[in-house]
Write a protein that binds this ligand. Structure first.
Ligand SMILES: Cc1cc2nc3c(=O)[nH]c(=O)nc-3n(C[C@H](O)[C@H](O)[C@H](O)COP(=O)(O)O)c2cc1C
Length: 193
C-alpha cells in the first residue's frame, strides 16, 4: 500500500516536509510506502499543467492522501490551492473513499483556518478524514523548530499510526468482500432556479 503526500510549501525541505516525513515514518513502520510530491515549488511558474498531470497519475496508484501546507497569511499556500482546485475537480474517482488527512505548519497562527480550507476538499470528495490526538499542526520556522515541537511531533506520529490502521482495516474489509457504496450521479441545484 502507498500514501501520496503533497507538500504545498515553496521550500522543498522545510517545516511542512518535516511534518509529512514524521507521518510517513509511522506508515513505513507499518509496512506502508509513501511519496512526497512538491507541488508548492512550481505550481505558479507556468508548470501547473504538468504538475496536475503528475499528481493525477500518482493518485491512481495511491491508497491514501496527505495534504501538507505551510500557513501563508492564515491560509494554505496559493500554490497548493491552485493544484487542489484542479485535482479535486478532475480526479474524483481516484480520490473518493480513500483515507486522507491535511497537515498545517505555521510559525505562530492560522493553522486551524488553514486546516478548515484543506479539509473541505477532502469532505467534498467522500474521503474518510483521518484524525490525530489534536488538530494536525506543527509549529516552527525551520525544520529544527518543528522537531523541537514535541506536541506537534506526537500529533504527526499518531496521525501516521491512525492512517496505517485505517488503511489496513480498509484492505481487510476489501479482502472480506465488503463492497464500498457505489458513487451516485450527483444532483446539482443552485439557488436561482
Ligand atoms: C508568505 C508567507 C506567509 C506566512 N504567513 C504566516 C502566517 O499567517 N502565520 C504563521 O504563523 N506563519 C506564517 N508564515 C510562516 C510559515 O507558515 C512557517 O514558517 C511554516 O512553518 C513554513 O513551512 P515550510 O518551511 O514548509 O515552508 C508565513 C510564511 C510566508 C513565506
Amino acid at each position: 500500500m502507498k500514501v501520496l503526500m503533497l507538500n504545498g510549501s515553496r521550500k522543498e525541505h522545510g517545516c511542512t516536509y518535516t511534518a509529512l516525513n514524521l507521518v510517513g515514518e509511522e506508515l513505513n513502520k507499518n509496512g506502508i510506502d509513501y511519496e512526497i510530491v512538491h507541488v508548492g515549488k512550481d505550481a505558479l511558474n507556468g508548470s501547473i499543467g504538468a504538475l496536475v498531470k503528475q499528481v493525477s497519475e500518482k493518485l491512481k496508484e495511491s491508497d491514501g492522501l496527505v495534504i501538507g501546507s505551510p500557513v501563508y497569511f492564515a491560509g494554505p499556500s496559493a500554490e497548493l490551492k491552485a493544484v487542489l482546485d484542479r485535482i479535486f475537480m478532475s480526479c474524483e474517482k481516484d480520490l473518493r473513499l480513500k483515507p486522507a488527512a491535511a497537515v498545517a505548519s505555521a510559525r505562530r497562527a492560522g493553522t486551524t483556518a488553514t486546516l478548515d480550507v484543506l479539509n473541505k476538499y477532502l469532505s467534498y470528495t467522500e474521503m474518510p478524514i483521518v484524525t490525530s490526538r489534536y488538530w494536525n499542526m506543527v509549529h516552527g520556522f525551520t525544520p529544527e523548530d518543528v522537531l523541537k515541537d514535541e506536541e506537534g511531533v506526537q500529533i504527526m506520529r499518531v496521525l501516521g499510526q491512525n492512517m496505517a490502521w485505517i488503511l489496513k482495516s480498509f484492505d481487510a474489509a476489501k479482502k472480506a468482500g465488503i463492497q464500498p457504496p457505489e458513487a451516485v450521479t450527483k444532483t446539482f441545484t443552485n439557488f436561482i432556479s
